[in-house]
Design a protein around this ligand. Structure first.
Ligand code: MAN
Length: 354
């Protein structure tokens, strides 16, 4: 696979983003949803900020309070044996079988714009900020699907009751309408197809089943983008391969003559995140036609290998121009990068199911 990584990579780093308040620092500007608006490429950045800590032994957890519309900041001592601080992203309770208790940063969405796709100007202020009780730990990893003149922006809404997927719409990237939670916890990595197929909207989604099952890709349909049903299992993990640990959709499905091409992420059991591709039937996207055996992009460049959470390439959006797929992707849960790949080459690299 020929991968052309931009010379300017990483295109946006935390240092390029002004924190939204003086006592905070930006630690991530990554996993951006991508679309085009007027004559510009828009990256809707996931900006992660944390309260500045003067004491290296103190970890802080920012929490949005929907009653006061303010952030509350909890403090923990790294030596406190009640908690496990080994994953820099989260604070866990020792001995608990639950996931995490708190996040060490709060994420929200901020717009970066570009005429050439290389140089981005970042808005001064957040665009979509936590605003309700299902978003108290932040909002993350947006994707953007344009349908007619409306941009549907959907993202992980994180709170103590779980991580679900919520949706907001906009026509101009100024005014927004909040449409509520479209997939209940635990669910992430939703990708809404850009058009109806045989009268229905479709969305790939990624539940995390607990009693039995794995974090794998499902697909659902909807008459109105808000109510999703007829859920079907779509694509699973592969033992011993790069996508053996967890997986989920990445970019909005790309319509090709051969089928819907979905660029998805997969991680190994030791959390190395790569991008691969799966081809779905044009008329019935619940049918998998083919899949790449090898990743189409894997963490190799230094900015992909090292960072806040290293060895991660994670795309939430691509811009396709003819044969060129401009895949924008988050690197190491820290910054944004872009790589160009050939659409034909991706299609040629697929292995068809028998
Ligand atoms: C995982 C990671 C984090 C994220 C949380 C909550 O731990 O993806 O970056 O903040 O989940 O979604």
């Amino acid at each position: 696979m020929n991968v052309y990584r931009y010379e300017q990579n990483p295109l946006v780093t935390p240092a390029d983003v002004k924190p939204h308040r003086a006592d905070f620092e930006v630690i991530g500007a990554f996993n951006a949803g991508v679309t085009t608006y007027n004559d510009e490429i828009i990256m809707l950045l996931r900006v992660a900020e944390r309260p500045i800590s003067e004491d290296a032994n103190v970890v802080k957890a920012p929490i949005y309070n929907p009653q006061t519309n303010e952030l509350e900041i909890l403090e923990f001592n790294l030596n406190d044996t009640d908690y496990d601080f080994s994953d820099p992203r989260v604070i866990r309770e020792n001995g608990s079988t639950q996931g995490f208790k708190y996040l060490t940063s709060l994420s929200y969405l901020r717009i970066a714009r570009s005429k050439d796709g290389h140089q981005f100007t970042i808005d001064e202020k957040p665009f979509i900020y936590p605003s309700n009780e299902l978003e108290t730990f932040g909002i993350e990893d947006p994707r953007i699907t344009k349908i007619e003149d409306t941009y549907y922006i959907y993202f992980s809404a994180v709170s103590p009751v779980g991580v679900g997927e919520s949706m907001v719409s906009t026509k101009d990237f100024v005014a927004t309408e909040h449409l509520g939670m479209i997939f209940a916890p635990e669910n992430k990595d939703v990708l809404i197809f850009p058009e109806k197929i045989n009268g229905m909207y479709y969305a790939i989604h990624r539940p995390v089943p607990k009693s039995t099952g794995n974090p794998e890709m499902w697909i659902a349909e909807s008459p109105n983008l808000l109510h999703w049903g007829n859920h079907k299992f779509l694509l699973g993990l592969r033992d011993g391969m790069w996508d053996s640990g967890r997986m989920g959709g990445g970019a909005v499905p790309i319509k090709t003559e051969k089928g819907w091409l979905e660029l998805y992420h997969g991680a190994s059991k030791d959390d190395r995140y790569c991008m691969g591709a799966v081809l779905l039937d044009l008329e019935d996207p619940t049918k998998v036609l083919a899949r790449t055996d090898k990743p189409i992009l894997e963490p190799e460049a230094d900015y992909e290998v090292e960072g806040f959470f290293g060895n991660v390439v994670f795309s939430c959006g691509a811009v396709v121009e003819g044969d060129v797929v401009k895949m924008y992707y988050g690197v190491a849960d820290t910054s944004m990068a872009c790589a160009e790949l050939s659409l034909q080459e991706i299609l040629d690299s697929l292995t068809y199911l028998k």
